[in-house]
Design a protein around this ligand. Structure first.
Ligand code: ZN
Length: 313
């Protein structure tokens, strides 16, 4: 049983930058890179297992080894439950919303998308958009969107390095320029774009908006809050039916054991060191993503390292 390392898939969306290359040393091939899909089986970008001629999707779809690698909880899942990305927002992402499971199943034959963001780094005075202004009522949403009053009705929130934000499906939101983010989400790429800052895409045309569907799914009562960083060795930053995420701050050494029910997806967000298990030792550095198989057993991470540990429950 081995720890899995990955070869990510890169996306060069118009709002991307150069931090994935500069900050994480990612081998991107385009001038700007917006996203690195680190741990993904999604049809829009499947990550490969490093050193093996196999994708994460192929590995997950192999029923014979699924339980020992991904855990008992994934036994009956139709697809790998998570999609984990690094996102470099050099400029604003579109203002968008994602459907919940019920809507996605009915209209898109897919799963919904609840996501969370961990702010790895950001410019001073950075903000995100999260929900609508508090006084906006559900019945006003359609008028606000159809009559171009969206910008003045959005809720802007200050962020700083180490913050995390849980974004339930139905929450209107946008990552704004200046933030480097780790996004942990349900394995779905369903995005309804509401507003795109009056700009054009790579082909010179405005990118498609999805106004009707967005109006269907926006929930003004979903008003998530930013959670600030804590100086604790391990604390929960997301706790939902879709995923759990712990932030782990390691000073020297972290001893842990895999969990039979679920794999652990680990994303290194700061520092460098090693991971040791059985008779293996592998280097770890900022920007690396790994999976600890469910039946791996004990493992030790050494170094001054900050990481996110995601799993299903
Ligand atoms: Zn989103």
């Amino acid at each position: 049983m081995e720890v899995l390392f990955f070869e990510p898939v890169y996306k060069d969306y118009i709002w991307g930058g150069t931090k994935l290359k500069e900050y994480f040393g990612k081998a991107t091939t385009t001038d700007i890179t917006a996203e690195s899909w680190e741990i993904s089986t999604n049809t829009d970008g499947v990550s490969k297992i490093k050193g093996k001629n196999i994708t994460l999707k192929e590995l997950f779809d192999n029923k014979e080894t699924r339980e020992e690698i991904f855990g008992t909880k994934t036994k009956d899942m139709e697809k790998f439950p998570l999609l984990i990305k690094f996102i470099d927002a050099n400029s604003n992402l579109s203002v968008q919303v994602h459907p919940d499971d019920k809507y996605a199943k009915e209209y898109e034959a897919d799963t919904g998308k609840t996501e969370m963001w961990y702010i790895i780094d950001c410019m001073p005075n950075s903000q995100i958009i999260c929900g609508m202004k508090e006084n906006v009522k559900q019945e006003e949403v359609e008028d606000i969107i159809r009559n171009n009053k969206i910008k003045e009705n959005l809720n802007y929130v200050d962020i700083k390095k180490g913050d995390s934000i849980y974004i339930p499906s139905g929450t209107i939101h946008a990552i704004l320029g200046g933030a480097l983010i780790c996004e942990i989400q349900q394995n779905s790429n369903l995005t309804y774009r509401v507003y795109d800052w009056d700009r054009v895409g790579n082909d010179g045309k405005p990118r498609t908006l999805h106004i009707d569907k967005a109006i269907d799914v926006i929930n003004v009562n979903a008003n998530p809050k930013v959670e600030h960083e804590k100086q604790e060795e391990c604390y929960r930053i997301a706790d939902s039916e879709f995923f759990k995420v712990d932030k782990v701050n390691i000073e020297n050494e972290y001893k842990d054991k895999s969990c039979k029910e679920s794999f652990y997806a680990i994303n290194i967000v700061e520092g460098m060191g090693t991971i040791e298990y059985q008779n293996n030792i592998c280097n770890l550095k900022r920007g690396d993503s790994i999976i600890i198989p469910a039946y791996l057993g004990e493992y030790t991470i050494r170094g001054k390292i900050e990481l996110l540990k995601s799993y299903v429950d």
